[in-house]
Design a protein around this ligand. Structure first.
Ligand code: GLY
Length: 404
């Protein structure tokens, strides 16, 4: 079969790597892809991932048999609806179902109707009402842009004035949600939702702050690992029964059936686990630590077959550009990739080829993934491989998976 993969980051390289290993996949086409994906098949440049009409037309011209969508923006723009109109099989939610990520207010309302545990929240459309609400609350304050904000729309602060300014800044672009702070460790749980039902993947943990010890600014994610040892027994089964299945039933009842990857961000509070957020796609950088642990076929999984797992653990450390996350510096030359051992995977995220050179071309540049019989062994392999990799200004955390 010929598969079209939409997206260009580390998550998409991991998806493409797994798809290309399937005996069912003859051709992989990535749009727009990256230098890592270009080694696995053709890459198509010049079409925006949100230009759903152009992507659908291209899929038809290329006689694509299956479309797999990595990031949220094309899903929220309706790429699945466009494929369905043309009768092209596609894995992902419709635009209406993607509102579980593209509108935090919608997600909260569906959770309430489905009886799913989450932080209490209020949505606001004007600054005066938001300011008045914040003035009557105690911190920590959690203020979120309602819509997609590429990971930049969330503020957690003890400072009321800062929270108020944040609400005003994002209200200029749409509604904001103010919610109660959930205290506890976070974990990402994933479900593969098909007509055959929902199948869980192994949970993973990611690291959102730039520096060791969870210090510094928020990022798109500086690393991840799987499996996660310090979880309550039965957490995945509980999340399927108490979150995923009620949400799928609710979405069915509301006429927006959800198909695709459902990412459940959970906080393990003293009152039990509660939903922090939904995403309608796999996590980045969690995917890079989860997919290498699956020994069975990814296309079978996308059709609803439960995955088989290796006993290996995986630890993914992100190498980020100088200036990330505020203003990543592009153009530095990346060295040492040819020294990475075969049992360490490197997924490209923000790179560009120029002749024989590989250059930094984004904030998160590479994902280095070591596998081992334990998290500690996988972690040691990852950090050993990183010693041979470098580019000017390279930043990475040294404590990914250190506590497990
Ligand atoms: N790792 C967080 C996310 O993918 O949204």
């Amino acid at each position: 079969m010929r598969v079209l993969l939409v997206g260009s980051g580390g998550r998409e390289h991991a998806l493409g790597w797994k798809l290309a290993s399937s005996p069912r996949v003859d051709d992989l086409i990535s749009l727009p892809g990256n230098p890592g994906l270009s080694r696995l098949g053709a890459v198509v440049d010049g079409i925006s991932v949100t230009d759903v009409g152009a992507i659908a037309a291209m899929a038809r011209v290329q006689s694509v048999d299956l479309v797999v969508v990595g990031p949220e923006a094309p899903l929220a723009a309706g790429v699945v609806d466009a494929m369905a109109t043309l009768g092209i099989p596609v894995f992902g939610p419709t635009r209406a179902a993607a509102r579980l990520e593209s509108s935090k207010t919608f997600a909260k309302e569906v959770m309430t109707r489905a009886g799913v545990a989450t932080a209490a929240s209020e949505s606001f459309h004007d600054p005066d009402t938001a300011r008045d609400y914040l003035s009557r609350r105690d911190g920590p304050f959690v203020v979120k842009a309602d819509g997609l904000a590429a990971g930049k729309g969330v503020l957690v602060t003890e400072n009321r004035d800062e929270a108020t300014r944040w609400s005003e800044r994002w209200l200029a672009e749409g509604p904001v949600v103010v919610e109660d702070f959930l205290d506890g460790p976070e974990v990402s749980v994933f479900a593969v939702c098909t007509d055959a039902g929902a199948v869980p993947l192994a949970p993973a943990r990611d690291y959102k702050r730039l520096h060791d010890g969870d210090e510094g600014p928020n990022t798109g994610g500086m690393g991840s690992y799987s499996p996660v040892a310090d979880l309550p027994a039965g957490l995945t089964d509980d999340a399927m029964r108490e979150v995923v299945e009620p949400i799928l039933r609710q979405m069915d009842e509301e006429g927006s059936p959800f198909r695709g990857f459902l990412y459940v961000g959970l906080v393990l509070t003293s009152e039990g686990s509660k939903v922090l957020e939904f995403n309608v796609r796999l996590g980045d950088p969690e995917t890079q630590a989860v997919l290498p642990r699956i020994t069975s076929d990814l296309v079978d999984l996308l059709e609803g077959t439960a995955p088989e797992w290796s006993t290996d653990a995986a630890v993914n450390v992100v190498l980020a550009a100088e200036g990330y996350p505020e203003s990543p510096v592009k153009g530095a030359s990346i060295r040492g990739l040819d020294t990475v051992p075969d049992d360490v995977l490197v997924f490209h995220a923000g790179t560009r080829s120029e002749g024989k050179k590989l250059l930094v071309d984004g904030g998160r540049v590479l994902n280095v993934v070591g596998l081992g019989s334990s998290v500690d062994e996988a972690r040691a392999k990852t950090y050993e491989a990183i010693q041979a990799l470098n580019f000017p200004g390279m930043q990475f955390r040294t404590d990914i998976a250190a506590q497990s």
